[in-house]
Design a protein around this ligand. Structure first.
Ligand code: HPA
Length: 254
């Protein structure tokens, strides 16, 4: 079953034919909200709003461990993260969709592993390719099927937030090789890896990153709202198509 985590601009999936909602308790605390279950393109799917349904949880306070564990526990065997980002690379404009292929993690102080605490054995996971290759390809295929353009690769910089970056920080991220910047991509991706759940992301460019193009003198939050509203219609189409194809290649939960 496909699990979808919606970020800013996507607190519900309008095209999900809802069957029920469930509050899931986890050994790691409470997820951001109830999980919404339903059918998408005739296939079972589940949805969770990362920041809560009322958008009340900031990026550095999201309980990523509980969110990923809850989706996995309820049978998600593929997770698609939808998240808005700032665009650093010159060819990325507000409204564009991006399927990132790499991550650099600049966050700090977040609970970013399930393998800690008393009784845990020291465990390392391979994270060379942080996103699942097959799921990325399926997202790109789904986008192409429904005629929605999407950039096929990007290096995602995960910053701590909740503040946006300085112009100099964005210059530094660019020198590091980052193409987009967001606040929620980590530790989500690594937690999914630890549980063995294929995970990939659809990023929506909400704004030019700080100091770039029309964000040269500051970032306009009013503009972001409009951009996200329009772009999320396209994201929904892609996810709807993906849900149909995912079932064909994904094993059903135990
Ligand atoms: N920086 C960090 N996170 C973001 C941005 C940004 O410019 N836009 C949307 N999420």
């Amino acid at each position: 079953m496909l699990g979808i985590i919606g970020g800013s601009g996507l607190t519900e999936l309008a095209n999900l034919d809802i069957s029920h909602r469930e509050v899931v308790r986890t050994p790691f605390g409470d997820p951001s909200g109830a999980i919404t279950f339903g059918q998408l393109s005739g296939q079972p799917a589940m949805f969770l709003a990362r920041h809560g349904y009322g958008h009340t949880i900031p990026p550095h306070e999201v309980n990523y461990r509980a969110n990923i564990w809850a989706l996995w526990n309820k049978g998600a065997r593929g997770i698609v993260s939808v998240a808005s980002v700032g665009g650093i690379r010159a060819d990325l404009s507000p409204g564009d969709l991006v399927v990132p292929h790499q991550i650099i993690d600049y966050t700090w102080g977040r609970r970013s592993t399930y393998h800690e605490g008393e009784g845990c054995t020291v465990t390392h996971v391979d994270f060379t390719e942080p996103y699942d290759r097959n799921l990325r390809q399926m997202i790109l295929l789904a986008a192409s099927d429904v005629g929605v353009p999407a950039h096929t690769a990007a290096v995602y910089a995960a910053t701590q937030g909740p503040r946006l970056e300085t112009a100099a920080e964005i210059d530094r991220l660019e020198r590091d090789g980052c193409d987009v910047v967001g606040m929620t991509g980590m530790p989500e991706a690594v937690l999914a890896r630890e549980l063995g759940v294929p995970y990939a992301a659809i990023n929506v460019i909400a704004n030019y990153a700080a100091g770039r193009a029309d964000s040269r003198d500051g970032i306009s939050f009013e503009a972001i709202e409009g951009v996200l509203h329009e772009a999320m219609q396209r994201v929904r189409l892609v996810i709807e198509r993906l849900s149909g194809c995912h079932a064909e290649v994904c094993t059903t939960p135990d």
